[in-house]
Design a protein around this ligand. Structure first.
Ligand code: G3P
Ligand code: MG
Length: 395
């Protein structure tokens, strides 16, 4: 399954809005688009960059909203010192999410001090857009922090409800709701966001055709309850048992590094909780699909996007039918903090991936982990970038 086609096509279209927004960003920001594309285009006529970089976000570049490991300085080194144009193609390859790629790019730009394009943001849920043909007009439920329904709506899912809003149409579906004062506010905000969807639909008679876990569940007890209701009943909570609708997870990270000193439970932990409970109360085992790192297609797609960034060009015409004709890259660097996700994924992907493990996140040890050893272990992302630039002799 290739995800490059859709992502790249959208990426090209996204350059214009991004460049319009540039004025709202602090003037010190380095600019990638559209100047970098023209710069990279001129490079492509002589020599395509022989390497690219994929940055993990949580535990490498950020802890929650705080830059770590010298990440702003590290990223600046990828731009021409004088002109501020991009020299080295790079993407963010994160399992995290909950916001549209365009919004996440804006957030990252503000936090890191460089102007990042939506095309450079590859999130765990980005591949969900490839399922839009199957569910375009079907009722689907989106779960997780941030704006999960807005994410899916932007991907083209026209009949999507957040689990917050969906649950709100069923009286007493969560017996603990009365103790959760935040629910009312969240649902009211999200309802305002989705005026486009129109006035409320017949959720009591319309079957949910699929559930998407877009980002980390905010309310495990409510979400596990409602998901069990949806999945056991064939998409009609409170009704008789039916065939389980498909269930998709953006990734399967057991843990990740946020601000708290020790790792936090991630979507993989939520999946285990849901699966354990579902399998105790239902006669068929939970059926689900997980996307995200360490799956090989994620790295293949990153390679395709990096290739496009490196050679790109004028725009859509060159993007849409780009053949998957192998990589021109000698090396692609994956800088991650999680051995069983980032390093395992890069190792499985094979050539041209080279894995670099930092000590700023999930991994905090001294020695290269024996289960998923990286090609290189460093303290910080800045150290990783310095190593790459030295090795590639471009600094
Ligand atoms: O919830 C996000 C987390 O599981 C992983 O994010 O950036 O480390 O891939 P990242
Ligand atoms: Mg990470």
């Amino acid at each position: 399954m290739s995800f490059g086609f859709g992502i790249l096509r959208r990426a090209s279209h996204s350059q214009r809005p991004n460049s319009n927004k540039k004025q709202s960003l602090p003037s010190l920001f380095f600019s990638i688009f559209p100047r970098s594309f023209s710069q990279l285009h001129s490079q492509s006529q002589t020599q395509l960059p022989s390497f690219g970089i994929a940055f993990d976000i949580d535990g490498v570049v950020l802890r929650d909203h705080t830059p770590i490991g010298g990440s702003p300085q590290a990223l600046r080194k990828l731009y021409d010192h004088n002109s501020g144009t991009l020299k080295i193609p790079y993407v963010f390859l994160t399992n995290g999410g909950g916001f549209r790629e365009s919004k996440r790019a804006m957030q990252l730009s503000e936090l890191l001090g460089v102007n990042i394009s939506p095309s450079q943001v590859l999130q765990g849920h980005s591949p969900f857009k490839q399922l839009v043909n199957r569910y375009e007009n079907e009722l689907v439920v989106a779960v997780g922090k941030g704006e999960p329904a807005a994410v899916m709506f932007e991907y083209g899912f026209k009949n999507v409800l957040s689990i917050d809003e969906y649950a709100s149409y069923f009286d007493d579906i969560d017996p603990l709701a009365q103790y959760k004062e935040w629910i009312t506010k969240t649902v009211a905000n999200q309802s305002r966001t989705f005026k486009e969807i129109g006035s409320r639909k017949s959720v009591h008679s319309e079957r949910v055709q699929a559930a998407f876990i877009v980002s980390d569940s905010v309310d495990w007890s409510r979400d596990i309850q409602v998901l069990c209701d949806i999945l056991r009943s064939g998409g009609l909570p409170g009704k008789e048992i039916g065939h389980q609708p498909p269930l998709y997870f953006a990734h399967d990270d057991l843990k990740y590094q946020a601000t708290f000193p020790s790792e936090r439970l991630g979507m993989g932990a939520f999946r285990i909780a849901l699966e354990s409970i579902f399998n105790r109360i239902h006669f068929n085992a939970l059926d689900y699909t997980s996307f995200g790192k360490p799956n090989a297609f994620v790295f293949k797609n990153a390679e395709t996007v990096l290739k496009q960034l490196a050679s790109s060009l004028d725009h859509e015409v060159h993007v849409v039918n780009h053949p998957d004709d192998g990589s021109h890259f000698k090396t692609l660097y994956m800088i991650g903090d999680n051995p069983s996700v980032d390093i395992k994924g890069a190792r499985q992907a094979g050539h041209p991936w080279f894995s670099i493990l930092t000590r700023t996140g999930v991994f905090k040890g001294k020695e290269n982990p024996s289960d998923f050893p990286a090609d290189l272990v460093v303290d910080t992302v800045e150290e990783a970038v310095d190593y790459i630039l030295r090795k590639e002799r471009t600094s």
